[in-house]
Design a protein around this ligand. Structure first.
Ligand SMILES: *[C@@H]1O[C@H](CO)[C@@H](O)[C@H](O)[C@H]1NC(C)=O
Ligand SMILES: *[C@@H]1O[C@H](CO)[C@@H](O)[C@H](O)[C@H]1NC(C)=O
Length: 406
């Protein structure tokens, strides 16, 4: 009798533990120790072929591109004070957590400002291994140029899909095969998830749940952040049961075996410029072609005094990583209407842009002549003409002349 009572008390107690302490905090990145547990890249952007040099740790601090501001928030930014001449690259930052987080993890990113503007390509994401995309990649926040809205994605080897869009997903599924160059992308439809709109609302919170049941990404504008998050602190656990529907809902069932395609993930934050998404002529030109005299991403943005990069920075109150050994709730299917959806259908670059490898190589030799960096590092450049790009320009100018004459 007594034993039974103790057992049932224990069961209730443990049940409460599972329900209310679903995720335990394992790492808090915030305040003056924010940068302690990250590695700095220390190379030009040889991955997405952008026009930046990602500084090492001591240069990033000494050049003021990584610091803690007076509000106690971490700032990561593009150099906006030095004059850059062709074919130099502009300095920026890319950081990766020293820790890797296994399936069963949850990450919360509180951001008050994200980088935006023509040529700017920021990302908050995770990566599972050195040989891309073998360990999987989760893009929580990624956007380019003047996009009105965030785009989420998974990248995997072949065999992982997002064919079935669950009714609780708030975003629009754009690409279903996660092994394509674009990844399986989902466009955010809620307002103010990126750019000047995000900043104007005081930013917001992104969260990603990395679970055997699936990968789920949420976004809340500052005013809509759930109380479980606003009331949490740098040591408390988190209960996600009241979070409501996610923006991207990648269910494992029948589509993607999470443990097969994703190894433990490291968090990455970076800002590049131009490169093989923001700088692709067919993506850049329709959005930002009137930004400067040449209509080319590098020439009209990266070159010059840098004052057009005043908005190219992250400001981060905290990033928190959580883990669970137990069963955690997966997102609820509560009915939810977005009152005014963002129209992402006309902005160039969402969804199905695929990047043939040959185009990447051509773009590299054309727009990114050689690994160049900050004045003083003594590198010498080698400029090669990109014939593919030249033909594109000749055709475009020809078309404009033809239209004028006609
Ligand atoms: C990029 O540069 C880093 C640092 O120099 C190097 O470790 C890495 O292998 C390079 N990656 C590629 C794809 O060239
Ligand atoms: C965090 O919140 C918990 C209650 O959830 C409280 O007990 C603890 O003292 C708080 N810690 C800090 C550092 O504020």
């Amino acid at each position: 009798m007594q034993l039974l009572q103790i057992t049932s008390t224990l069961t209730v107690f443990c049940g409460l533990l599972v329900l209310t302490r679903a995720y335990d905090l394992v790492r808090d990145y915030s305040g003056i120790t924010f940068f302690d547990e990250w590695d700095f890249f220390g190379s030009w952007d040889n991955l997405t072929l952008g026009d930046v040099y990602w500084l090492d740790e001591s240069d990033a601090f000494s050049q003021g591109l990584a610091y803690i501001n007076s509000a106690g928030n971490a700032v990561i930014k593009v150099d906006n004070t030095h004059s850059i001449q062709s074919p130099q690259k502009r300095n920026s930052v890319r950081i990766t957590t020293k820790d890797s987080y296994a399936v069963g993890s949850l990450w919360i990113f509180d951001l008050v400002h994200v980088p935006f503007g023509c040529s700017v390509w920021p990302a908050v994401w995770t990566l599972g291994g050195p040989t891309w995309p073998e360990g999987g990649e989760i893009d929580v926040l990624e956007a380019i140029n003047l996009m009105p809205s965030n785009q989420m994605a998974l990248h995997t080897t072949s065999g992982c899909f997002h064919n079935y869009t669950p009714p609780n997903q708030l975003g629009a599924t754009l690409v279903t095969d996660c092994s394509t160059a674009a990844g399986c992308t989902v466009g955010e439809l809620q307002p103010n998830s990126y750019g000047s709109g995000f900043a104007a609302m005081g930013g917001g919170v992104f969260a990603a749940q990395f679970d055997v049941a699936g990968i789920f990404i949420w976004f809340w504008s500052r005013a809509n952040i759930p109380s479980s998050i606003t009331q949490s602190n740098s040591s408390s656990s988190i209960d996600i049961s009241q979070w409501g529907p996610p923006s991207a809902s990648y269910l494992a069932a029948d589509q993607c075996d999470i443990t097969e395609f994703f190894t433990p993930q490291q968090l990455i934050i970076d800002i590049t410029l131009c490169g093989n998404w923001a700088g692709l002529p067919e993506v850049y030109f329709p959005a930002c072609g009137d930004k400067g005299p040449t209509g080319i991403c590098y020439n009209d943005n990266v070159v010059g005094d840098g004052s057009n990069y005043d908005d190219a920075y992250f400001e981060i109150p905290y990033i928190r990583a959580y883990t669970t050994g137990g069963v955690v709730p997966t997102p609820t299917a509560a009915p939810f209407d977005i009152i005014s959806k963002v129209d992402i259908s006309t902005y160039p670059g969402y969804g199905s842009v695929t990047i043939p490898l040959s185009a990447v190589t051509a773009l590299d030799t054309g727009l990114h002549p050689s690994p160049m960096f900050y004045p003083g590092n003594g590198a010498s450049g080698r400029y090669q003409v990109d014939f593919g790009l030249m033909i594109w320009w000749v055709l475009s100018i020809g078309a404009i002349i033809f239209i004028r004459l006609a």
